[in-house]
Each structure stands twice: as structure tokens, then as C-alpha cells.
Design a protein around this ligand. Structure first.
Ligand code: RB5
Length: 149
């Protein structure tokens, strides 16, 4: 599975933990920046990751900013992207099983490193449950087609 990830300055320290977790599970990933704690603008990084997921060039994206919120708002502007800021393991699992989440957003100022590592593994290793959830995700796609042609 191809994974793309990026952060702004506020997410950069936690991104190092996330990269550690990705290496631990031998995931194939590409880091699209940023590369320091110098101030940058999160929409520039969210759009790089979301564009690749939207285009099918990557199956999953991971984005980190201070709260995860700005990244999620930006990523959700791209067709086919289902992004959310996640801070606990229950939501990490449910968002894969129920919502087929394809872009995980983490708050570097909120989520503890040990929790972030587990969230990342859960995000990558939990399959979409399909069934009754399938038709709901299909409804999201229809809403997107109608409102964002
Ligand atoms: C940067 O200060 C901060 O606003 C950003 O990382 C993020 O939390 C926005 O949602």
C-alpha cells in the first residue's frame, strides 16, 4: 500500500514518531515535507497529500498539524478524500470500518506520541467493513458529485 504523508511545523515533531511507526510495520511511504519546525502554511502540505490520494497515486494519506483540524478541512476539499482529525483508538478503528477513512489527520499538539503510533497502525491495518456502511459512503460520493462537480 502506497502512503503519502506531510506535516506543517506544528506537526513536524510528531511526524518523526509516525515515520518510526511506519518503518516498524515496513510500510512504503513518501514524506512530502515539511522538514523542520520553521513556520509554514498547512494548506500547502494538505493539498499535496490530498491531491495524490484523490488521483489514486496513493491509497492512504497521513497529515499532521497542531490539531489535525486544518489539515482535515483542506484535504476534504479534494474529490474522493475522506479525512478526519483522529485522537483515539476507538475512532481510528471505527473511521476505517464505517467511513473508509483514507486520510488520517493528527494533532501534533494534542496526541501523545505513543497513542499516535497506535492510531497510525490501526488506520493502516483495519479494513473497511462494507455492508451497511458501503451504501452510506456511496451517499457521501453522490453528495460530492452533486455539490462539487
Ligand atoms: C499552526 O500554528 C496551527 O494553526 C496549525 O498547525 C493547525 O493546528 C491548524 O489547524
Amino acid at each position: 500500500m502506497k502512503i503519502v504523508l506531510a506535516s506543517d511545523h506544528a506537526g513536524f515533531p510528531l511526524k518523526k514518531e509516525v515515520i518510526g511507526a511506519l518503518k516498524e510495520i515496513k510500510a512504503s511511504f513518501e514524506d512530502l515535507g515539511c522538514h523542520s519546525e520553521n513556520s509554514v502554511d498547512y494548506p500547502d502540505f494538505a493539498s499535496q497529500v490530498a491531491r495524490k490520494v484523490s488521483a489514486g497515486e496513493a491509497e492512504r494519506g497521513i497529515l499532521l498539524c497542531g490539531t489535525g483540524v486544518g489539515m482535515a478541512i483542506t484535504a476534504n476539499k479534494f474529490k474522493g478524500v475522506r479525512a478526519a482529525a483522529i485522537g483515539d483508538l476507538f475512532t481510528a478503528k471505527a473511521s476505517r470500518e464505517h467511513n473508509d477513512l483514507n486520510v488520517l489527520c493528527l494533532g501534533g499538539r494534542v496526541v501523545k506520541p505513543v497513542v499516535a503510533r497506535e492510531i497510525v497502525k490501526t488506520f493502516l491495518q483495519t479494513p473497511f467493513a462494507g455492508g451497511r456502511h458501503e451504501k452510506r459512503v456511496e451517499k457521501i460520493k453522490k453528495i460530492e458529485d452533486k455539490n462539487c462537480p
